[in-house]
Each structure stands twice: as C-alpha cells, then as structure tokens.
Design a protein around this ligand. Structure first.
Ligand code: AMP
Length: 699
C-alpha cells in the first residue's frame, strides 16, 4: 500500500539517519565536510551513572553566519532583502539586503573581537526587537562565540540568574525597550541591577542607543560600558572587520534558558552543525519557504526559541526574507497589525502563538480587520499560518482555516506544530512541501500524493524527520494507538535538538532521561498518537488530573468547555476531593460583556458546561466547581497558561488559606493577574462556605 510522502520521509529519516542527514548536510557550506551524520556513544556521569548519548556531524566544521549571510552574497543574491524591520511602536520601517547585512555583521564582529570576545566565549544579548539584535547574534557566531539571548523585558533578577549561569564575557543591550503602547522602558536599571546582583561580572556592556530614550554617557562610566554605535563607527573608519570562523559541528552556537515554570532556568545548549542542517530542512520542508522571494513573518521574540529559529536562523539559512516585528498583536495600534504586515510586506508564512490569535479574536471578534485586508486582496500570497507554543483550540484552527481557504493563497493551511526550547524546531506538524528531493528515486513510485496531508484540528500533526515520537505508560512501556500517555522520544533526537544542558550533565540526565531509566527522552508532555499517526498534545504531564483513578488531561476538558458559545477562555486544574482524589475545577472568562462578574457563575451556565463535558468526555470528568472572571488567568511572557499557580490558589482556597504564598515564576507576564485570581478564588470559596453553612442550618 502506498504511503503519503510525509510518512515515507519520516520512515527514511529514522531507518537511515546517515544517508538522510548527510544528504541534507550537503545543502550547506562546510569548512570541513562531515563524514557521518550521527554518532552514538555512552556517557558516564561523575556519579557513575551511564546513559546513551549521541552527536551530529561530529567531524564536520561549519560557520552558521557564513551560511546565513556570506554564502548568499557570494551566490549573487546580495541585493535580495534579508530583513524587513517593522516597528509600529516607533513608526520605523527598515530593510537590509544580504549585502548590507554582511557589512554590518563583519564590522560588528570586528568590534567584538577588539573588545576581547573570543571563540567559545558566551555573550548575552538583552535586546528589544530591533535589527541590531539580529546583527549581534550573527556577529557573535561569526567569531565562533556563543550567544545567550535573554528576553528583553525580563526583570533584573531573571537576567542576573542567567548572567550567573552563563558567565558571559560581554552583554549586548540597548538603551530601552518599547512595551506596546506603554512607551519606552529604560534597560539601564535592569542591566546594571542584574550585574550588581550577580557574583559574575561581564567585562563589557555594549549599549545600542535608541532615540526614544538614551543611556547617559556610557563611555564615561566604569563597568566596561561602551556606546555600540560609536564603536561600529570607529571600526568602520579603520576598516576593522572579522571573517567567519568555523567551529566544530558539536561546538555551541547558542544557549537558551527555558521559560521553565519552576526552579532555576535550564540552559539548553544548541550545537552548530545539527542546528543549521535541521533548520534548513524544516524551513523548506515543513514551512515551504524555499529561498529568495519568499517572506517569513514569525511574530515571536528573539528571546524565545521560536524567535531564534524562525525570525533569525532558518529564513536566512535558505536566503529568504524575514520580517522582524517590534509590536504586539493588538494595541499597536490595533488588532489589524498582523494582517497589515502580511499585506504590506507580501508575507507567505505567518508563525505565531495561539495566545496572539486569542488576543486578536478578543479585540476583533468579527474578523473585521482580516476581512478588510482580504477585500483589498492583500492576503492572496499568504500560504500558511503556523501556530505553536501551546495547544491550539480546534475551533480557532477551524475558523482561521475557513478564513484562509476563502481569502489566502490557494490551498493555504493552518498548521499546529508542537515543539520546545529543547527540540529547536517542530517535533511534529504537517509538512507543506512533502516531496521535494527528500525521497530517493526508487521510493517515489510508492507514494501517490503530492499535496500535504490534511490538517486535523486538535492535533499537532505528524512527527518531523529525525524525531522518533512514542507514547508510553508510567513504566515506559508503549501504549496502544489512541491511548493517552507520556509522550517521549527515542535517542537520538533530531539534529536541531539539544544534546545537553550548559555545564550541567547531571541535570540533563535527571530532567530528561532518569524518569524512564535512560530508555526514552521525556518531553514532559502528555497525549496520544491516533490511528493515522497524528500526534495530539493534551497537557503537560503534571497537568493530568486523576479523578477516581481515571486520568484526564486538563486540555481535553478545556477544549470541551470552550465549545460553549459564551466562553472565551478556560483553564482547568485539579481540586482535592476526599472521595475521588481530585475533581476538575475551571476558571472561565466569558466571551463578551464588561463590568464586574460574581465569582460564582450562574447555575445555568455551570449546568450547561457540565452537560457538554459529560457528552464530550464523560460524566466522570464533570466539574467540581467553576469560577468566572476577567483578567484572572495568569500567563508566562511567552503565552503559556500558568495552571500550576491556579492550582495552588485553588488548593489553598479550599482550605481557607487565601493569602498563602504561591510560586510565581519570573516568567510571569503580569503578576497582578495572580492577585486578581487570588481575590476571585477567595470570593468564590467564602461564598461556597456561606452557602454550605446556610444549607446545613436549614437541615
Ligand atoms: P518552551 O520550551 O517554553 O517553548 O515550551 C515547550 C512546551 O510548550 C511543550 O513541551 C508543550 O507543552 C508546549 N507546546 C508547544 N507547542 C505546542 C503545541 N503545538 N501544542 C501543545 N503544546 C505545545
């Protein structure tokens, strides 16, 4: 029986990793070509524990900057646009061709060299979304140094933790960031405060001066502070430049600290060779961005892994154009910003997070802005909308699929794709270009389709090349198709994925391998793979609740609740129950209306929602309680719901401990939301107590 090309490609990548990945390595320039793709070995920790380990393209040498920039100029594409900067918060728009980008990168690399940055050094980038941030990353990697971008908006404490852990030679920053419509946020107190709080002191701090708010007299102050633009000007006048220094494939390209919700941040270490090869493939195969003339708009931030991969490296690796956006999905100036950018810059692929789409839908429930751009035929070149970062509600996927089918390029698709900081690129998705040169001649006859696989709302597609995804029970045994369990991956992971945590082999083992005795890499996610191979990510493993010995994912219950027309947002956590262990408990935000709501929703709504849950999931998953309100579901800055915080509030509330401390991670978007949730939880449980007392006295 013939299989779809995406399945054939997948099977090939796992069956013959050397043949498959060496072919893809050949698409790039290597200073020294690798002789084999994957090398497996055993790693032994200082405490004696051994585990399987692997490396990609071990004997190869590569320069990622050379592949992203120089190569395209040398191939005659120097006049193609590499970066379009669109900044509604400042009103600025700029374009950089590959030739201009090369010039900026060579000179800045020369500056960094003069400032003492050497191969293997770490340099922190703490920047807003301006072209200098991308140029900085490319200049650092040009020297064979390693960057560690920290989301420019993190407080001094979070930045200090990362300085302490990464021990950077230098920090590259800017005088201010611009937070949506709130205006400039000075970075100086944040950077100086972080360096003060850290026991490790970087030697240099390069400051990009922005007109909106300057950092006074950096050159006159101590602490290695330097005016970035002045250094560049001086280097340019003296003809200082640096060429691309190749590194070993397994040397570090960057470290990214995960947006973890607990404990100290983990430094995911990305290796140069595997990253370049894997991203290059994903850009062409999954996203169908082939190269010159294609425009990618990834509306993430350079501080997150999605930004590293799909704002910076992947589009440039293939020689396409990337849109760098300094703004928000709404409020800069309105919910039409994304569609305006797509129209104006002729964007082919938009990549964003479900949280951005929810924000747009809230401000523009009738898709007025989308329809306006569509009426002008402004979305005709849009080929896909990629969504990642959290589970996409099927109704949202369907709504946008309908809109795209009507107004975007023929065959345009909404692609939910699942991945993590650790994976470096999507672990699953639906490949938009599933045939190009990936299947050997003799196997091509076995495949019939040339069109992509159909999307399945609620699923994040099928595994991507090199990721061997399985679903297992708590003992690590694979479960039957369609059964919920822990989602794990077999070793080796695909080339873009991490092979270690920076300077912390023990934590790598404990965090990812120990749970299943080194047999599988734990993703921390729970879900299932259906009979057609589609992966369904339902929740983080710790967001699974156990109701009378039945395991439910909070994601599945939320999905059911969201099918009620009056519900705009829902978050489900477990509340302790003396009889059943736990019961699901929902925080819901009504879709429309303003004004103050009672914490306890109308009995009618509660009954209606429970009816839906009973029908869609089963009576056993019925809610044990429900709270309604607005602006009370806390999120991380990258848009993930902080269920753990809500769970702690509910657990404390059920015991009457309303003011007990809850663990708020530094990645929280707005800590006031937690306080709002705390107040609503208190109101709810006080009222419940009162109700129970009245009922008792009546009996
Ligand atoms: P981070 O490392 O901060 O990017 O977070 C990775 C986590 O985000 C994953 O382990 C998932 O829990 C979640 N995630 C990312 N993409 C998806 C998706 N498409 N569907 C469901 N969960 C997702």
């Amino acid at each position: 029986m013939s299989s779809h090309p995406q399945k054939v490609v997948q099977e090939l990548s796992l069956r013959d990793p050397n043949g498959f990945w060496l072919h893809h390595a050949d698409q790039l320039h290597w200073h020294k070509k690798p002789s084999c793709a994957v090398t497996k070995r055993t790693k032994t920790l200082p405490n004696g524990t051994s585990h399987d380990h692997w490396s990609w393209f071990q004997d190869g040498e590569i320069s990622t900057t050379y592949n992203c920039v120089d190569r395209h100029v040398q191939n005659g594409c120097g006049d193609n646009v590499a970066i379009i900067w669109d900044s509604p918060v400042t009103g600025a728009k700029e374009k950089y061709t590959y030739r201009q980008l090369l010039d900026e990168v060579e000179v800045l690399a020369g500056v960094l060299k003069e400032e003492g940055v050497r191969r293997g050094d770490v340099v922190i980038i703490y920047m807003p979304m301006i072209p200098a941030a991308l140029i900085a990353a490319l200049a650092i990697t040009r020297l064979g140094a390693i960057h560690s971008a920290v989301f420019g908006g993190f407080a001094a404490k979070s930045l200090a933790q990362r300085i302490e852990a990464a021990r950077p030679r230098a920090i590259m920053t800017a005088s201010c960031g611009i937070e949506g419509s709130k205006g400039p946020v000075p970075y100086r107190p944040l950077v100086e405060g972080a360096i003060e709080a850290s026991s490790f002191k970087p030697l240099k701090v390069l400051i990009w001066q922005r007109d909106q708010l300057r950092w006074n007299n950096p050159d006159k102050l101590g602490g290695g502070q330097r005016n970035w633009q002045r250094l560049v000007k001086s280097a340019r006048m003296r003809g200082i430049k640096a060429g691309p220094a190749p590194v070993k494939s397994t040397d570090g390209l960057y470290i990214i600290y995960t947006s973890g919700t607990t404990g100290l941040p983990k430094g995911v270490f990305r290796e140069a060779g595997g990253h370049a090869v894997g991203l290059h493939l994903s850009m062409r195969y999954l996203f169908d961005i082939q190269g010159p003339g294609d425009v990618m708009f990834c509306a993430s931030d350079i501080g997150w892994v999605v930004g590293h991969s799909y704002i910076l490296y992947a589009p440039l690796l293939v020689g396409a154009t990337t849109v760098l956006f300094e703004g928000k999905p709404v409020g800069t100036p309105d919910a039409g910003t994304f569609w305006r950018i797509i129209e104006e810059h002729k964007v082919n692929v938009l990549f964003t997070a479900p949280t951005a789409i929810r924000a747009i839908r809230k401000d523009d429930p009738d898709n007025k802005f989308f329809e306006e751009a569509a009426r002008r035929s402004g979305l005709k070149q849009l080929r896909s909308l990629f969504l990642a970062g959290e589970r996409s509600e099927p109704s949202v996927v369907q709504t946008f699929q309908n809109l795209l089918s009507k107004h975007a390029a023929p065959g345009a698709m909404v692609v939910d794709n699942w991945w993590s900081s650790e994976s470096g690129s999507p672990i699953s998705g639906v490949a938009l270009r599933s045939t190009v040169g990936l299947i050997p001649q003799h196997q091509r006859q076995q495949t019939q389709a040339t069109a992509p696989l159909a999307i399945r709302p609620g699923s994040a597609g099928l595994p991507m090349p090199g990721f061997d995804v399985r679903v297992v029970d708590d003992d690590g045994n694979e479960v039957p198709t369609g059964t919920m369990g822990n989602i794990v991956m077999a070793i080796p992971l695909a080339p873009t994925a991490f092979t270690m945590l920076f300077n912390d082999d023990e934590r790598f083992y404990k965090g990812y391998l120990k749970r299943f005795n080194g047999r599988w890499v734990d993703t921390g996610d729970a879900g299932m793979i259906d009979e057609d191979g589609y992966v369904h990510i339902m929740a983080r493993s710790d967001d699974i609740i156990n109701v009378a010995a039945h395991r439910f994912s909070t994601g599945a219950i939320e999905q059911a609740i969201l099918s009620h027309p009056d519900v705009g947002e829902a978050s489900v956590v477990g509340i302790p129950d003396s009889l059943k262990g736990h019961l699901p408990f929902a925080f819901i935000q009504p879709r429309t209306g303003t004004g103050v709501l009672p914490a306890t929703p109308h009995a009618e709504l509660f009954t209606a929602i429970n009816k839906i849950i009973r029908e869609q999931i089963g009576p056993i998953a019925s809610l044990g309680g429900m709270i309604q309100g607005r602006g009370m579901i806390p999120k991380t800055r990258s848009g993930k719901t902080l269920r753990r915080v809500l769970r702690e509030l509910v657990e404390n509330g059920s015991k009457g401990e309303y003011n007990a401390k809850v663990g708020i991670p530094p990645t929280v978007e707005d800590a006031d939301v937690v306080e709002k949730a705390r107040a609503i939880v208190k109101e709810y449980f006080e009222e419940r107590k009162h109700r129970e007392a009245t009922t008792k006295s009546k009996l």
